[in-house]
Write a protein that binds this ligand. Structure first.
Ligand code: DQA
Length: 157
């Protein structure tokens, strides 16, 4: 890409505890390690990562709205439990005109019935679920490929 891209990565509730939270389900990688990995990957791709985690829905809604006003290139979101019931989050995401990838560390379709519905997935470009923290890296590659198509230019991996 000719200019550096900006990808926002958003984490919903309880994801700050990754690393120690139900490691049998979510693994042992910490949230910080995920962000560090995305930044390391993003550098040579020409992508800057802006990260936010919150346990407060309004904080995330405000951040999404600010990102909309600023004009971002792509978003990667693991909405945590809000995935399954937050119409407010869905509405906020629906206002973005950039590609959105929804990521779940666990395979939500192999878990409790309430996790098998995502109210946010229908407005996402794509969804990655069950591939562990690798899902974030795959999401970054996907949005980067899409950004290259949209913004044009060579280089940047
Ligand atoms: C999750 C799955 C959700 O059902 C759960 O509430 C989470 C994490 C995942 O990454 O697998 O907090 O989004």
């Amino acid at each position: 890409m000719d200019k550096r891209g900006r990808v926002h990565v958003w984490h919903g509730p309880n994801l700050q505890a990754l690393g120690t939270r139900q490691p049998e389900t979510y693994g042992v990688t910490t949230e910080q390690a995920i962000v560090d990995r995305l930044r390391a990957l993003g550098g040579p791709l020409g992508v800057d990562i802006v990260f936010l985690q919150s346990n407060h829905e309004g904080v995330l809604l405000d951040a999404i709205d600010r990102a909309r006003m600023d004009g971002i290139d792509a978003a990667i979101i693991n909405p945590g439990a809000w995935t399954h019931y937050s119409y407010a989050l869905r509405d906020a995401l629906a206002m973005l005109s950039c590609p959105i990838v929804e990521v779940h560390i666990s395979n939500v379709y192999a878990r409790e019935p309430f996790r098998q519905q995502s109210v946010t997935a229908p407005i996402a470009w794509g969804v990655i679920t069950g591939l562990g923290v690798l899902g974030y890296e795959l999401a970054l590659h996907a949005v980067h490929a899409r950004m290259r198509e949209r913004l044009g230019g060579g280089g940047g991996g």
